[in-house]
Design a protein around this ligand. Structure first.
Ligand SMILES: C[S@@+](CC[C@H](N)C(=O)[O-])C[C@H]1O[C@@H](n2cnc3c(N)ncnc32)[C@H](O)[C@@H]1O
Ligand code: SF4
Length: 445
């Protein structure tokens, strides 16, 4: 590993990254994959790959709009998939299936109408078997689609968290990030969400936008804080290949890194002063706000059932999904393929990556070290029979040399504040050589 040249190498929200997935020639049957897996506290994720617009920074698996009939066809396919997956999980071994958390993400789940959202909840409950009113249910929304009728359905059906993509309260910054929306629209959406009494409101904000200053960043933070959201996610801007911004901006520069680090520190300090606690580099939470399970990335359980064509699923041995793309034409083709499949078309895993013992260790270390509270060394040792310093002496040594690591003398391996600020360099430094090579060889489309 050479030293990192940027604090913003990549956002590691899941390991291994989807670009390390490959076609699985053996196409393993879900029934076999899940046969011996514990299934008493699974997470359920439903992916809705539709948005009204394509924001300039976004590389998520989503298409702009839906021609007549496509959302219905998508929900029909989701229902077929939910039934196929439930049947596969209901097979031998493992015990009864129970979901401990659920999330609707995208794209923009609230692109669906109120009636379609009812159906989405039916699919999660009757199709997949989740008891939505009994577990945390998180839903992503954009300001213009967070309408009162949709919010009513979601709250009635058990939504406990609504995550609103705001990005910036400054109109010029929203424009510069190619996220066309007015402050008035955002404020009206926030009022509707508070009226709907969702227990946890989260807002996403972005820093490092062209033209953004410390003052304008603080202005957005204060506008967000006026709503006293239970959670706030502060994202450093990334300009990724094949996105709107990626097509027209130049290479990342040292000045931009410096701007993002400065705005990160200003944002973190502002939220800490306002009484929030830091959960990870990006996430801040009001003390006492209910934890939301599926979004609590410290969660080390392996069982995730993803439904929809952009969703991943995890067993302890295989992470899998459908084909993946960023280019709009490719995405449309993948969605079209998904909606045409019969139920039998969902019985096998097609794209993915096998997780061996070494990768499981890396994943555990990565996902807990990137949390502000750090990693309990005893838990790691109990799970793997060895200690993190034995398994990763070079990587951890380098973090310690840079002043990013807080030793572990207390039995907890924790990043220092500077280490946390460099989470997007720490994460990639823990990738295995195999995963790194697979990501580098991935042909973007
Ligand atoms: C699934 S999206 C949010 C949901 C919803 N579609 C919306 O945009 O309102 C998750 C969040 O990731 C952040 N994000 C996505 N791409 C990003 C990028 N390139 N740089 C920084 N943040 C990004 C944005 O803050 C976004 O709200
Ligand atoms: S940021 Fe949200 S609304 Fe914008 S394109 Fe991405 S998923 Fe859609």
């Amino acid at each position: 590993m050479s030293g990192p040249t940027t604090p913003y190498e990549s956002y590691v929200y899941a390991y291994p990254h989807k670009t390390a997935y490959r076609a699985l020639p053996e196409r393993p049957a879900l029934r076999d994959l899940w046969a011996e897996q514990p299934r008493h506290a699974l997470s359920l994720y439903l992916h809705v790959p539709f948005c009204e617009v394509r924001c300039g920074f976004c590389n998520l698996f989503t298409r702009i709009g839906a021609p007549e009939g496509l959302t219905t066809a998508y929900l029909d396919a989701l229902e077929r998939q939910a039934e196929a997956v439930r049947e596969a999980l209901g097979g031998s071994g493992g015990g009864p299936v129970r979901f401990a958390a659920a999330a609707f993400g995208g794209g923009t789940p609230t692109f669906l109408t109120a009636c379609e959202l009812e159906r989405l909840c039916d699919i999660a409950e009757q199709g997949a078997g989740a008891d939505l009113r009994a577990v945390p249910l998180s839903v992503e929304a954009s300001p213009s689609t967070a309408t009162a009728d949709r919010l009513r359905v979601l709250v009635d059906r058990g939504a406990t968290r609504l995550s609103l993509g705001v990005q910036s309260f400054v109109a010029e910054e929203a424009r510069s990030a190619v996220r066309p929306q007015s402050r008035a629209d955002v404020e009206a959406a926030l009022a509707r969400i508070r009226d709907a009494a969702v227990p946890v409101l989260n807002m996403d904000l972005i820093y490092g936008i062209d033209g953004q200053t410390e003052d304008s960043w603080r202005y957005s933070l204060d506008a967000a804080l006026a709503w006293r959201p239970e959670e706030l996610y502060l994202y450093p801007l990334y300009v990724r290949p094949l996105t709107g911004l990626g097509r027209r901006q130049e290479e990342p520069s040292a000045q931009w890194d410096e701007q993002r680090l400065r705005l990160y520190r200003a944002g973190r300090d502002h939220l800490l002063a306002a009484g929030y606690e830091q959960v990870s580099m990006r996430m801040f939470r009001l003390p006492g706000a209910p934890a939301q399970g599926a979004d609590d990335h410290a969660c080390q359980t392996d069982g995730m059932v993803g439904l929809g064509c952009g969703a991943r699923s995890y067993t302890s041995e295989l992470h899998y999904s459908f084909d993946y793309a960023v280019d709009m034409r490719e995405i449309r083709a993948i969605v079209d393929d998904y909606v045409r499949r019969p139920g039998t078309g969902f019985a096998r895993a097609e794209y993915g990556r096998w997780i061996d013992a070494g990768e499981a260790r890396r994943r555990h270390l990565l996902q807990s070290l990137l949390q502000a509270r750090g990693m309990a060394v005893a838990e790691y040792r109990e799970r793997f029979g060895s200690g993190p310093w034995e398994d990763f002496p070079a990587e951890l040594g380098r973090f310690a040399d840079r002043g990013w690591l807080d030793g572990g003398a207390s039995g907890v391996l924790r990043l220092t504040p500077e280490g946390l600020a460099h989470s997007d360099a720490v994460g990639p430094a823990l990738f295995s050589a195999d995963v790194r090579a697979a990501m580098a060889a991935y042909a973007r489309k």
